[in-house]
Design a protein around this ligand. Structure first.
Ligand code: ADP
Length: 424
């Protein structure tokens, strides 16, 4: 084999690997992708070099040998394993190769088919043509509406003088778009929630400046309502700040060890006056000898304050709220791990079955008016969910409309039950 031929064999996989790396680094890809691109370059270069050194064995294609499509086997293997969909086209825009991820997107055997019969999105086809005409890389965002709406960014680049003329890589933006939409909805909801009490406050200020100026009785009444509305705004801002702080720390494992029984008793003591005012009895039954949980005391207290507060708010006037603490298997049969289970049960109005899965969504309320009357912000259970996640716990909700609800928080023990603590 001549020197020129050897160079060609090394150059193709190297160029392909570099292209993949360039495409990946330019696609807002995370570090893992960039590393993957770098590994691809090295793997391709090494296999090409091995292909040069290795003697030919029969007809078996070695790392540097070309397949029927003209692609070296090693390059094909690397492309096949890329998690992002990749398609290589020849000069007539027919598919030379489509990797597994791309086959999952287009759902058919693509080899030798024209790109327009596989990706029927005019924007992508136009970008392929533009890239071919100008020889420059292009990128275009597009959406597949069915079966489930997915949004991709397509990166298209030209390669001159080989079996492959165009490389088309898709980057899935669906999760990012969904997160963007959720952020926008959250801001819209938060503004709406704040605007309502603000509008009430402005209205009463105008009234007090106008015709109620000299009406002492009306003034007292309006100032009372204004205090309630200002309180609502303060609670909402406190909950929004709590939620943001907890979300920021969600991936940081909690430090410290805490007795869950002490946490439950503290939360219960804080809410006892409210329970008494509503004529609700608040009781607790805790199994003895519970191991501590790994967790931040203040965050855990917030979980149980929110849950007990809800049990009182949506409980039966003159009814009961029962707190329980014991050991239980992880819910949903996940692992054999024993967890601490803290339950809050009420005998109140209960929750309709279809609402249960949505309760931990921000601002979701079964009855908005009733939640507002009770001073709710619609963020309490969202806060609970995030704190439970941070503590690697689980939250389950069981409810029977008309009979009551049970919210159970499962938290992993900091050490096995009965383990001896070594004191230094
Ligand atoms: P809110 O501030 O409205 O109480 P949460 O996030 O704490 O917000 O709760 C969301 C919704 O879940 C409530 O508005 C209510 O409809 C329902 N909910 C929560 N706890 C209970 C409960 N113990 N019984 C019945 N419904 C409940």
């Amino acid at each position: 084999m001549g020197t020129w031929e050897r160079l060609r064999r090394v150059a193709w996989p190297l160029a392909a690997g570099m292209l993949v790396a360039i495409l990946l680094t330019s696609s807002n890809a995370d570090a893992a992708w960039i590393v993957f691109g770098a590994v691809a370059i090295v793997a391709l270069a090494m296999s090409a070099a091995a292909g040069r050194a290795r003697p030919r064995l029969g007809n078996a294609a070695s790392g540097g040998e070309a397949t029927a499509s003209g692609l070296p086997v090693s390059a094909r293997d690397v492309f096949e394993r890329l998690p992002d969909p990749l398609m290589l086209l020849d000069a007539s825009e027919r598919v030379v190769f489509a990797n597994r991820a791309m086959r999952a997107v287009i759902g058919v055997d693509a080899e030798r088919k024209h790109v327009s019969s596989l990706l029927r999105t005019p924007a992508v086809l136009e970008a392929v043509r533009r890239s071919a005409a100008r020889g420059e890389p292009t990128s275009v965002e597009f959406t597949f509406p069915v079966p489930i709406q997915r949004t991709y960014q397509a990166y298209i680049a030209r390669i001159a003088g080989g079996p492959v003329a165009t490389i088309l890589l898709l980057h899935d933006l669906t999760a990012m778009k969904r997160a963007e939409q959720m952020r926008a909805d959250f801001v819209a909801n938060a503004s709406h929630e704040l605007r309502t009490p603000l509008a009430a406050l402005s209205g009463f200020i105008d009234t007090l400046k106008g015709h109620a100026r000299d009406d002492m009785a009306a003034r007292e009444q309006f100032l009372g309502i204004m205090t309630v509305e200002a309180e609502r705004m303060r609670r909402l801002i406190d909950d929004l700040l709590s939620l943001t702080r907890i979300e920021q720390n969600e991936h940081v494992p909690p430090s410290g060890e805490t007795s869950l029984e002490t946490v439950l008793r503290e939360a219960m003591a804080t809410l006892m006056p409210l329970a008494k005012a509503e004529g609700i009895s608040l009781e607790m039954a805790a199994a003895p000898g519970m191991p501590p949980v790994a967790g931040e005391r203040d965050e855990l207290i917030q979980i149980f304050q929110n849950l007990i507060h809800n049990a009182i708010k949506y409980g039966k006037p003159g009814g009961h709220v029962w707190l329980s603490l014991g050991l239980a298997a992880a819910p949903g049969g996940r692992g054999a791990e024993q967890m601490l289970a803290a339950g809050i049960r009420d005998d109140g109005e209960g929750i309709p079955q279809n609402a249960v899965p949505r309760l931990t969504e921000r601002f979701y309320r079964v009855d908005v008016k009733r939640s507002r009357e009770k001073g709710g912000t619609g963020l309490g259970l969202a806060i609970v969910k995030h704190i439970v996640n941070r503590h690697q716990g689980r939250l389950t909700i069981e409810s029977m409309p008309g009979e009551g609800s049970t919210f159970t928080v499962y938290l992993p023990a900091a050490r096995p039950a009965g383990a001896v603590t070594e004191m230094s």
